[in-house]
Structures are given as structure tokens and as C-alpha cells.
Design a binder for this molecule. Sequence first.
Ligand code: SF4
Length: 288
Amino acid sequence: MQISIDVNSGFCFGVVNAIQAAEEYLKTHDKLLCLGDIVHNNMEVKRLNKLGLVIIDHKQFQELSDVTVLIRAHGEPPQTYKTALANNINLLDASCPVVLRLQNNIRKGHLDINKEGGQVVIYGKHGHAEVVGLAGQTAEEAIIISDENDLSKIDLSKSIDLYSQTTKSIEGFNTLVKNIEKNIPEDTTFKINDTICRQVSHRAPQMKEFSTLHDVIIFVSGKKSSNGKYLYSICKETNNRTHFISSTDELDKTWFKQADSVGICGATSTPRWLMDETKIAIDNIKTE
Ligand code: SF4
């Protein structure tokens, strides 16, 4: 049985930057606090915990002072920076530059559309850290649309300035655009900003192709990763013998019966070392 790891899977540059910033700091310090999971992958978080990274939540952050805190790639709303200033918290800001640019554009878009009584709409997951950071640029006035059930929240008689969370699917975004276009009056201004990160969207076609090349696909990802769920669904649609695992204990030897080739792939938050470990574990099953 041949086992291959997808060369296009693994961390995007935003996540690589955040992890490198943490590792660099921990070379000269025993401990670093990080606001929220640095990456949606428990195994990688555990590895970084051992180096001294401690994950805190926003409630704990509010109560801190005179410490250094890492901001992860997802970015933060303005309130976090205000709290840091008030409490003398030094921020090691590893917000992804793509997310920071989007935050700026939404802030400007919100100021502009407010003048004409319009609305900022963000296609994204309710409560997702990046979406919280984006909505914060609009003083929480942005309308968050997760799926078509949320469509009724948009006032179709007012101007619309639409953005997307960077990790949403292009298909979902295009469907939302069509749905709005179908229902708005002709004279309503509708500004469409496709802000999906190509680090993610380019992976979908690559993963589709990878899934066709193997009898069995093992998709490795943290269960909390939105991007992981999305890319897994692409693999599963293409190859029905696709299985989702978060750690090698979840591998089941019955999956590999009558399989000549196995492909291992993962999300933008899946560490390469975990895919390597998965390859070794499958090799061991094979030789049992
Ligand atoms: S998916 Fe794109 S926007 Fe999000 S952290 Fe990675 S590189 Fe940055």
C-alpha cells in the first residue's frame, strides 16, 4: 500500500507567522500568554503548551496587567487593543496581514456606508474569532450572515457593502451574492467584496484532485477548524472513502482493506508533523 502526504496541505502563512512568533519569544522566556487557541488544532496547541505557551480567554485577558500577550492570526476587535493600553499589556501582534487589511477595509466601508444609511454585511460564522474582530470594526453594527436562514436580517431596501470571513467557501459566497441580487430593488447599491483568502480557496480544487488519486483519504484536522470542516467536505464529496481524524488513535484498520493507495491531507491549521505521524501510524497498521 502506497501512502502519500498532500504537499498543499498544512499551515497557511498566517498561522506559520503566529507560531514562529510564539516559538521565537519562548526561546528567551519561560512563558507566553496567547489570547485564544493559536491554531484550531489541539495537538499543535499541546506541543506549544510544552514550550511555555498558555492559552487564555477574553475574560482572563480583561483581568491582566503588565504582561505580554500574543494575538493570533485571526486578529482582534479594537476593544482588545483598548484593554491592552489601559492595563499596560504588551501585545505581540501576530494578526495575519490579510486579516488586518480586511479589518481596515471594513472599518472604512462602514464609515462610508453609514453616511448613506446603508449596512455592512459579513458572510461568516457567528462567534468565530475572525468574525468578532471584523464586526468590531463596525461597532458591532455589521450584519453577520452564516447561511440563507440569516438572509432576512438584511434590509434589502438599503445599500449593502458585503465582505466575507477569509476562510469561507467561494461557492457559499457566490450563492449568497446571487440570493441578494435576486431580491434587491434595481436602484439599491450592492458592493461585493470577495475577501476570501486564496491560501484557503486554492486548496479546494487541489484537494479535490488529490482525493481522486487515492483509494482512501485520511483527512487530519482539529474538530474546531472551520477550514478543516470545509476541506474535509470537498474530499468526502470526491472520494467516499475519506475519513476525518484529529489524532492517530482514531485510525481504524478496517478503512484500509483492499486499498492500494492512501492519501493524507489536512486543513490550513494542520501541522505537518501530525500528518507525518499519521503516515507512520498507517504504515504500522499495514504491517500488523
Ligand atoms: S487563511 Fe489566509 S487570511 Fe487566514 S490566517 Fe491563513 S493566510 Fe491569513
